[in-house]
Design a protein around this ligand. Structure first.
Ligand code: ACM
Length: 537
């Protein structure tokens, strides 16, 4: 959960005056924690100067690049010495760390504006980034007056996130969307201050990441998708993965890879059948074989390459739904021998044994393990394991996880699975006994929405939406399932409960639809549902 930043709010905000509750001029999503409207207009124009302290050159460059991209305006990166040469200035300023040591929320920032100056101030680079993002949003949502001039109503803002983990998961195994779509998604995650991209890269329909030691994973495991098992191999090369990680990093987004095991492994088993633990009639070759040492060697080598690619130092091992396809474990010779040797009596113990061994490999790589809420039952180390609560119909899994002391990310199917439909009239996506993930439910979600009693030391990292792709084949449908729910997710993850208001959110959201149009996004229009056709799967 968040750390509070009481200190500067009091000192700095009292110096700029009262905190207005009338957000008429603020169109930002997610809504900042404190806003003051200032009676002045800041003109952004060609030659507006961006002045940054040393150490913030990358952030200044990002701002310059994005302003040009969205407005055509060419700002100038300058230095304090040139102060007088230009009409308006944007100043990026790091406040000294020492001043408030220990209590800082590392993503907090101030944005202070008047007619001449727009100052972004923070204690960290992450804070500076989010101040810049707020400024970019204000620019995009303000009037263009004249040729390459944007007039922005001035605001003073103090802001910090509610949750540290504000995530989005994309399943590219079921259907592969590709590099450019992922980059667009990362752009919008950044725009909405989401900071964790969980990338579901392996599953039964296709393996989507190049592993140099096992090239058939890509060339054979990458063949097919959920719609057709024969489509040409599609996967990310390691160079492409690096490119996407760089792109994400520039936007303060950490990329967490998921290599699902021991279930959801059929694509890998098509490439290397010697590692298959079999499956069931409905899910053939669904698992890796926990009874073979060679499987642990193989998967550890795979994870070593994954570790070397992803700087997040977290590897998601999946661990979900193993019971779908572990029937064969009851008759497999090597698994039976393992059970005998380890005195195991049921298949859940085998599953935990497998995860424990793979977790050991991950820990040796100095990574943390992430896994779905099935592992709430395991004895994986709580200081090195993150649990993702997904089964909304089983709050007991979350209760177990927090009672044991696991840090948790909340992503319950309802309302945070975005492959579920968002309106009762929609026909193509999932539902759960008639229930679905509507915009208002996404908006209202927080950790108190789940009926559990949190121990005082519960470690709720944050929230995340998951986009599974069985029913999402085209980029157009991906847009439709994400937009505008991604905006509601952003505000649920960032904005303090007391500042949230669904009507106010909708007013701001109505202004964001034009930004979706500018980016060619096929969004669902909750204000005129009849104007958007639901794309077929
Ligand atoms: C999941 O939805 N199988 C985590």
């Amino acid at each position: 959960m968040k750390e509070h930043l009481l200190f500067i709010v009091v000192t700095l905000f009292s110096s700029i005056g009262l905190i207005a509750q009338d957000y008429a001029k603020c169109r930002l999503i997610p809504l900042p924690q404190k806003i003051e409207e200032v009676n002045a207009v800041f003109k952004l124009a060609d030659k507006t100067e961006i002045i940054s302290e040393s150490g913030l050159a990358e952030q200044a460059f990002y701002l310059q690049k994005e302003l040009l991209r969205y407005t055509g305006i060419s700002t100038v990166i300058g230095t304090n010495k040139d102060l007088k040469s230009y009409s308006t200035r944007i100043i990026l300023k790091l406040t000294p760390q020492s001043k408030n040591k220990g209590v800082v929320n590392e993503e907090s920032y101030f944005l202070k504006m008047n007619a001449d100056e727009c100052v972004v101030e923070a204690e960290t680079h992450k804070g500076i980034f989010y101040g810049i993002v707020s400024l970019i949003q204000l620019v995009r949502l303000s009037e263009k007056t004249g040729n390459r001039v944007v007039e922005i109503d001035c605001l003073n803002i103090f802001d910090e996130p509610l949750y540290a983990w504000r995530g989005l998961m994309l399943d590219e195994s079921r259907h592969f969307f590709g590099k450019e779509k992922v980059k667009q998604l990362l752009d919008w995650m950044a725009m909405y201050k989401l900071n964790r991209f969980h990338w579901h890269l392996t599953d039964t329909p296709g393996w989507r990441i190049e592993i140099k030691g096992y090239p058939k994973l890509g060339y054979i495991g990458g063949i097919g998708n959920h719609t057709c098992p024969y489509t040409k191999a599609e996967f990310y090369t390691q160079d492409e993965i690096k490119e996407i990680i760089r792109y994400a990093k520039e936007r303060n987004i950490e990329v967490i890879p998921e290599i699902d095991m021991p279930g959801h492994a059929a694509a890998a088993n098509r490439a290397y059948p010697e590692f298959s633990g079999g499956g069931s009639e409905r899910y053939p070759d669904f698992t890796f074989n926990p009874g073979k040492d060679s499987v642990y060697t193989f998967l550890t080598r795979v994870l070593k390459e994954v570790d070397a690619l992803f700087p997040s130092q977290i590897i998601h091992l999946g661990g979900d739904e193993v019971h779908f396809g572990n029937k064969n474990w009851k008759s497999d010779r090597s698994i039976q021998a393992l059970m005998k040797k380890e005195n195991m009596t049921d298949l859940k113990e085998v599953e935990n044994y497998f995860l424990k061994r793979m977790a050991d490999s991950v820990i040796v790589m100095n990574n943390k393990i992430a896994a779905w809420d099935e592992v709430a039952e395991s004895d994986l180390p709580t200081d090195k394991t993150l649990v993702f609560f997904w089964r909304h119909d089983k709050p007991s899994q979350l209760q177990k996880a927090v009672d044991k002391g696991f840090p948790v990310v909340l992503c319950p199917r309802i309302p945070l699975y975005f492959d579920f439909i968002q309106d009762a009239s929609h026909k193509q996506g999932r539902t759960w006994s008639g229930d679905y993930s509507s915009l208002d439910k996404v908006y209202a979600f927080n950790h108190k929405s789940v009926p559990v009693s949190y121990p005082a030391n519960a470690n709720i990292l944050g929230i995340q939406a998951n986009v599974w792709a069985e029913t999402i084949v085209t980029p157009q449908r991906l847009d439709f399932m994400l937009f505008p729910r991604i905006a509601a997710l952003a505000e649920a993850g960032w904005t303090e409960e007391g500042n949230k208001n669904f009507d106010g959110f909708n007013k701001r959201l109505s202004k964001h639809l034009k930004l979706y149009e500018e980016d060619n996004i096929y969004y669902y229009d909750p204000f005129s549902p009849q104007n958007t056709c639901e794309p077929v799967k």
